[in-house]
Write a protein that binds this ligand. Structure first.
Ligand SMILES: *[C@@H]1O[C@H](CO)[C@@H](O)[C@H](O)[C@H]1NC(C)=O
Length: 572
């Protein structure tokens, strides 16, 4: 019978000894009035100090900082809360921290300035908390503000804490009826080794790429320049240096370079930090769905995955480095996708496939593009692929993640259709689910994102567990956390699927689940992995305004369910 069970296990695809996430604790963060309200967006970005076990969380919409002690990961304690003054301080966008020998332990918070046409963005450096009685104190109380660029959405310290790199996204916007597209820039802040000395700030623009000799080769390689005229006044040119939108920063292991995703532009910039110059812009490319499967419709009666003769733009969001046994620094990108509209003007770079006029040389594809259960409902670019005949439908996002060798700057691996397939297999009730209508249940919002970017992976963290490199990929909308391991046995790092986890219940509306503290990780915006002491994975989510804390384990997975049991029983 044992042999029979083992054979059955193999037939059922049960894997033994894989890395799984275990829910250690879950904490909702209150809003400025101390109340718990669904979708208050109290949690957006986080930073974890594994020396003192403090987690710092900022919420943009609430303009708050929360400091949480994870000394006991099973029982997180909020030790400090700060409400920023939105008029005086601005709104916090990102939080990072750094501890290294010979450097003052530092917390950094970036802020969007007041909503004026100067689009001032800044950051403030604070002392790190060393105990539960500490309060938020600037490192330089007389002149705390360091001016950077417009909308400093993300930042990273070098591992020696000598530099801080800030991506200033400079998103287009309308202020009092006038359209503005601030430049996208990168600020490199270099700290002096002399205590108390003023840091040197260099803000680098992308103007050299406005030169057609630089720009045209990039566009030929697929870099997107998706807004070229003021939508309100076609005589006004928007330069590439304005259209470029630096999103998310990764620092190379040598601390010499920053790699910054330009998500909307489907590109990545490489910045030489010593010389403060952008050395290159790399195209992120697109993928074919001809030999993969995709669910592209919310009118197809649930989960219907099929191969399609379309392509999609990778458009990565978050990006992190890891080093492999070959000592080559690799990058992981979460290929989320980013269709764009600009509030206040009639511009969008996407349309439903059925609303566009196609000139494809394939009659099956042509009818699918006009059929709602097939491709008609899919949001595709109304810009890309229309300059060629026959034209090519481009959807948004790779619906997965990629590994890049940064020496050759080539994509050496990508996850194909795995994320969608594993969620179909293990969490079909929330497959490609949304979290947008809080009076609906997660199950009612199942399949709603199939027409957009499907599983929409938007966050990633890499760490070590049990001698393995482990990466956790977050599916932004439906709260799924995919665990992959990197086994040091292959030449090129090839992530190997371990498990997928979704916290929270699905049997009630989102707002009821929120009140029950059972909403899970809804609209994940950040993941942190601490490999110090007991490895922890910390998930920050906006709609649930929550922190999900996980430990890792090597276990049989999936766990035996009643169904497996009855199947086995019936075989005995
Ligand atoms: C998509 O990739 C193909 C193959 O690399 C390339 O020929 C094509 O120009 C790309 N399309 C876009 C819109 O970048």
């Amino acid at each position: 019978m044992r042999v029979c069970l083992m054979v059955m296990s193999a037939l059922l695809g049960v894997v033994h000894g894989v890395v799984v996430l275990k829910e250690a604790s879950y904490l909702r963060l209150p809003n400025r009035n101390g109340q718990y309200v669904v979708n208050s967006r109290t949690a957006r970005e986080s930073a974890y100090d594994d020396t003192r076990s403090y987690l710092y969380v900022v919420g943009r919409d609430t303009a708050m900082l929360h400091v949480i002690s994870l000394a006991n990961p099973a029982d997180p304690q909020e030790v400090y809360t700060h409400n920023f003054d939105t008029a005086a301080d601005g709104r916090p966008l990102d939080v990072e921290l750094c501890r290294a020998s010979g450097v003052t332990p530092t917390l950094a918070i970036t802020f969007d300035g007041q909503d004026s046409v100067t689009f001032e963005g800044h950051l403030v450096l604070y002392n790190l908390f060393e105990s539960n009685t500490d309060t938020l104190t600037p490192l330089n109380p007389t002149d705390p503000r360091i001016i950077v660029g417009a909308h400093p959405d993300n930042m990273k310290f070098t591992s020696d804490c000598r530099r801080l790199v800030v991506s200033n996204e400079g998103e287009p916007r309308v202020v009092e009826g006038t359209f503005y597209d601030p430049e996208g820039t990168v600020s490199v802040i270099t700290f002096s080794t002399t205590p108390g000395a003023i840091p040197v700030v260099t803000t680098i623009d992308f103007k050299k790429f406005d030169d057609p000799n630089e720009l045209i080769p990039l566009l030929d390689q697929g870099v997107r320049y998706w807004l070229r005229r003021d939508p309100n006044d076609a005589t006004k040119i928007i330069q590439f240096s304005q259209n470029v939108e630096p999103e998310y920063v990764a620092i190379s292991p040598s601390n010499g370079f920053a790699y910054i995703t330009l998500q909307e532009n489907n590109a990545m910039a490489r910045v030489d930090l010593e010389n403060a110059v952008i050395t290159s812009i790399y195209p992120m490319g697109n993928k074919s769905w001809e030999s993969l499967s995709i669910d592209a419709s919310d009118r197809d009666n649930g989960i219907v995955m099929a191969s399609r003769k379309i392509r999609s733009l990778y458009q990565p969001d978050k990006v992190v480095f890891f080093t492999w046994t070959d000592n080559i620094p690799y990058l992981v990108t979460t290929d989320e996708g980013r269709p764009t509209n600009i509030p206040g003007v009639s511009f969008q770079d996407y349309s439903r496939a059925t609303s566009l006029t196609w000139n494809v040389d394939d009659s099956v594809l042509d009818s699918q593009l006009n059929s709602n259960p097939d491709l008609g409902r899919l949001y595709v670019s109304n810009v890309d692929g229309f300059d060629v005949t026959p034209n090519v439908p481009y959807a948004f996002g790779g619906r997965g993640f990629s590994i890049w060798n940064t020496q050759s700057m080539t994509r050496t691996w990508e996850s194909g259709d795995e994320l969608e397939r594993y969620s179909r297999q293990y969490y079909p009730d929330t497959f490609n689910g949304n979290c947008a209508s809080f009076s609906q249940t997660p199950v009612q919002e199942m399949d709603a994102r199939s027409t957009w970017m499907g599983p929409e992976p938007n966050s990633v963290a890499v760490g070590n567990f049990n001698g393995k490199s482990v990466m956790v990929i977050g599916s932004g909308r439906n709260g799924m956390l995919y665990v992959y391991s990197l086994q040091p046995t292959v030449n090129n790092p090839a992530p190997e699927f371990q498990s997928v986890h979704r916290a929270g219940a699905i049997d009630a509306t989102w707002q009821t689940l929120y009140a029950r503290e059972d909403m899970g990780d809804a609209i994940i915006s950040d993941i942190k992995f601490s490999s110090v002491g007991t490895p922890l994975v910390i998930v920050t989510s906006e709609a649930s305004g929550s922190i999900g804390v996980y430990t890792l384990a090597d276990e049989t997975w999936p766990p035996r369910t009643l169904d497996d049991h009855s199947l086995e029983d019936s075989q005995e």
